[in-house]
Ligand binder design. Sequence first.
Ligand code: HEC
Length: 129
Amino acid sequence: MRQKLQVYCVIIILASSGFGFLIYKSISNVNTQSIPIEAIQGKQIFQRKACIECHTVFGNGGYWGGDLTKVYDKYGYQRITDYLSAGPLLSGAKHKRHQQLTTEEAEQVSAYLQFINSIKTFNWPPQGK
Ligand code: HEC
């Protein structure tokens, strides 16, 4: 009888510590990263300037200018800032299609694209699609 109780207790302890570990794992996977204020300002510029009319983000938007979800990986902060504040300097930019942003606005949009880039998208967008 006593032995049965001990086995029972061991099972309970193992089960609850396993369960506790799983809870800990799922909580530590929750994204606790806060959004930098500059990125939020960049998002507002992105909306005000209607970038979405020609660009997709996470697959939504216009299809002319290409998807910007992971464009930060491609060029980085400085090149995107220069591109948006000084006209089309990136490869493939053959025509002047963008309205020029101030340096401050361009930096904020870069910060926004940097933040978007940090979101896990499981290889979205599909390459060349
Ligand atoms: C009228 C349509 C249009 C609007 C509006 C527009 N873009 Fe674009 N964008 C394009 C096109 C077209 C390209 C491709 C450039 C080329 O090949 O000349 C491009 C290219 C880009 C690129 C480089 C992409 C790459 O993969 O090389 C970035 C970054 C970008 N745009 C950001 C923006 C941002 C930020 C805004 C809003 C402030 C914006 N665009 C508004 C049409 C647009």
